[in-house]
Design a protein around this ligand. Sequence first.
Ligand SMILES: Nc1ncnc2c1ncn2[C@@H]1O[C@H](COP(=O)(O)OP(=O)(O)OP(=O)(O)O)[C@@H](O)[C@H]1O
Ligand SMILES: [Mg+2]
Length: 228
Amino acid sequence: MIPALEAVDLVRRYQLEGVAVEALRGVSLRIDPGEFAAIVGPSGSGKSTLMHLLGCLDRPTSGVLKVNGVEMSGLSDTELAELRNRTIGFVFQSFHLLARTSALENVALPLVYRGVGKAERLSRAGQALESVGLGHRMGHRPSQMSGGEQQRVAIARALVGEPKVLLADEPTGNLDTRNGAEVMAILDRLNGDRGVAVVLVTHEQEVAAHARRQIHVRDGLIEKDILA
Ligand SMILES: Nc1ncnc2c1ncn2[C@@H]1O[C@H](COP(=O)(O)OP(=O)(O)OP(=O)(O)O)[C@@H](O)[C@H]1O
Ligand SMILES: [Mg+2]
C-alpha cells in the first residue's frame, strides 16, 4: 500500500534574528490511507510546524516527504500546489476564510485553481456545504456565521476537491463544546464513511480520543506513537 503521507527524518529550522530555532529535529512518520491520527504535545513542541510540512504549506530544511508516493522536493512550487490541491485538505484553528466572500464561493475556491467550470464549481461547493449541514447558509459571509458554522465552511472547502487526507490543526480550538462536538462528528463521518485519512492536532484529550492513533510530539521529536 502506498502511504498517503510519508515523512523521513524531517528537520525544520527557523532563523529568527540570527538565532536558529529547530522546531523539528528529525521526524519520521507514515500515514496510511484511511487512518485517523491525533498529534498531541506541549505548546511549542512542533505540532503546527509538522502539520504545515505534511500539508505541503512549507518545505523542510532537510528530510524527505512523500505525498501519495510522490517526493515533494523534486517539485516546483506550482507542481507542489497542484499536488496539494488534489490530495490534501487543510483546516486551521482560525478558519482562514475570505471575509468578503460567501460561504458558497469560499468553498468553490479550490476548484478555481483546478480549472473546474463555474457551474460545476458551485454545484460541488453546494454539495460540500450540504454535507456539513450548511445547505441553508450558502449565501452568508463568514462574519454572518457562528464560529462553528465558519469551521464547517472551512471543512467543506477542504473537502470539495475530494482529498485523500484531511489535516486539521486544532480544528475545535476556537469552538465551544457543542460546536466542537459537531465538527468532530463530521470528521468521524468523513473517516468512517468516505475513508478520508484524518490527522488532527489537539490539546483536548476528548478530541484526541476520536483517533485510533496518538502521536506524541515533544521538543521537535516524536516521543511516542500509540495505536489504540
Ligand atoms: N516562523 C517562525 N519563526 C521562528 N520560530 C518559529 C516560527 N514558527 C514556529 N517557531 C518556533 O518553533 C517551535 C514550534 O512551533 P509550533 O508552532 O510548531 O508549535 P506547536 O506545537 O504547534 O505549539 P502550539 O501548541 O502552541 O500551537 C516553537 O518554539 C516556535 O516558537
Ligand atoms: Mg500549533
